[in-house]
Design a binder for this molecule. Sequence first.
Ligand code: QAP
Ligand code: CO
Length: 175
Amino acid sequence: MKKPVIVYPDKRLKSVSKEVTVFDAALHQLLDDMYDTMMESNGIGLAAIQIAVSKRVLILCIPDEEGEQTHDNLLEVINPKLSNQQGTTVYQEGCLSVPNFYEDVERYEKLTLNYQDRHGNEKSLEADGLLSVAVQHEIDHLDGKLFIEKLSYIRRKKFDKEYKKLLKAKKKEAL
Ligand code: QAP
Ligand code: CO
């Protein structure tokens, strides 16, 4: 089932998520709810804290060459650990918890991801390109960090201004 996505400046987005120790039906339900929420919100990645669950769980579904998001490309990542980070790359990022704002962010170009799947099995993969960027963006959520914190001073000022304007417009709409 689709869940509400919490948005900046909600303080829960700053919390550090806890390791998963039990791989049960409740965890599988969480992963399924995250999938429904991500797909219905037109996202390519989602961390559990974005639906207010403080666990080290994230999902990714990177579109293929035709721009299609297929269930075969769904990656369910639990208790992730990064290593072998190499190079730098810049990508224009967005976030379901920071709606309608996109800005260039610098990340590692390549990395190795170790994680557990929904059954607790240990997995490992090498990532580059958009997958690498998305993994880093989502792991930041588990550590209570948002991509806007990585912007230069001048770009952060631009964000503060634009986002305030957006929140004001939304409040008006709600009246
Ligand atoms: C994180 O972000 C990401 O503002 C996933 O109105 C972003 O799925 C990883 C979205 C870029 C790598 C590169 C944002 C949808 C989706 C919005 C998302 C919006 C509608 C963001
Ligand atoms: Co995000």
